[in-house]
Design a protein around this ligand. Structure first.
Ligand SMILES: O=C(O)[C@H](O)[C@@H](O)[C@H](O)[C@H](O)COP(=O)(O)O
Length: 251
């Protein structure tokens, strides 16, 4: 993979604007070339940083009916629960743009974490089989046009945590965790082979609490002899970091 593109901004507000422009550019390319734009969302502060997409002039700059929304990781709770990533994304983003409800792929409720992960994986495989999603010719996993990824202060991405075996999964597309160190404990998550089959990934990293881990991942002495989950992110088409001043304060 080509080295990542790193964008540094003075403020979170500037990150939000640059991110909206980047996403809209990709959506236009993707919709023009194949009629749809598949996006996988993380939870956390990312959703608030997507707010510019819901505001003029950005909100009228894409064909929202062509967007397909997925969840890179999800907490196994009812969809209207305050911990649900769907609920967060719905309140902060999805309810404010005209993406058809049928294009939003939330997890199924009332399943165990394992059942929810298996069901989501089967749904993705079905969408690949009926050509709604592309396949990576290199890996055979689904190829999302864009994944939007946040990082935790100890280097996790999605719900792939440092000391948990899920980060080493090679075959499954979606797996589950029942002892997540970040509450709530029950979650499902895309695996690294699926994440790294994406075309583009944007790492959206703001705030002081991630400054140390940004230094570990991108600093002069970046170490990768035992890579943190964030250091394993390496999509097929390109990785772009969006960082604010606080996130790079240790660089
Ligand atoms: O559901 C989740 O908890 C996430 O998808 C998780 O991976 C998140 O993106 C990071 O923990 C960053 O979260 P913050 O942006 O809130 O720090």
């Amino acid at each position: 993979m080509a080295p990542p593109t790193i964008h540094k901004f003075e403020s979170e507000e500037q990150v939000a604007i640059a991110l909206a422009i980047y996403i809209l550019h990709l959506s236009a390319k993707s919709i023009a070339s194949k009629g749809s734009f598949s996006v996988a969302l993380s939870g956390g502060t990312l959703i608030n940083t997507l707010r510019k997409l819901t505001e003029p002039p950005y909100v009228s700059s894409t064909d929202w009916s062509k967007w397909l929304i997925f969840f890179l990781d999800e907490r196994v709770v009812p969809l209207d629960h305050p911990d649900s990533n769907y609920n967060l994304a719905h309140g902060g983003f999805l309810s404010k743009v005209p993406i058809p409800e049928s294009n939003i792929y939330a997890i199924k409720e009332k399943l165990s974490p394992k059942e929810a992960a298996d069901e989501y994986e089967q749904r993705l495989k079905h969408l690949v089989a009926n050509a709604t999603l592309k396949t990576s010719p290199t890996t055979g996993f689904a190829k999302f046009d864009l994944m939007l990824v946040g990082i935790g202060p100890e280097g996790h991405v999605a719900s792939l945590f440092c000391w948990h075996f899920q980060r080493f999964e090679k075959k499954k597309w979606v797996t589950f965790i029942t002892d997540s160190p970040k509450p709530p404990s029950n979650r499902i998550t895309f695996t690294f082979p699926l994440i790294n089959s994406a075309d583009k990934i944007a790492m959206v990293v703001t705030g002081e609490d991630v400054a140390d881990v940004v230094n570990v991942a991108l600093g002069k002495h970046a170490r990768n002899f035992y890579p943190l989950p964030v250091q394993k992110v390496s999509p097929e088409g390109g990785l772009t970091w969006f960082l604010d001043r606080q996130a790079i304060s240790e660089l």
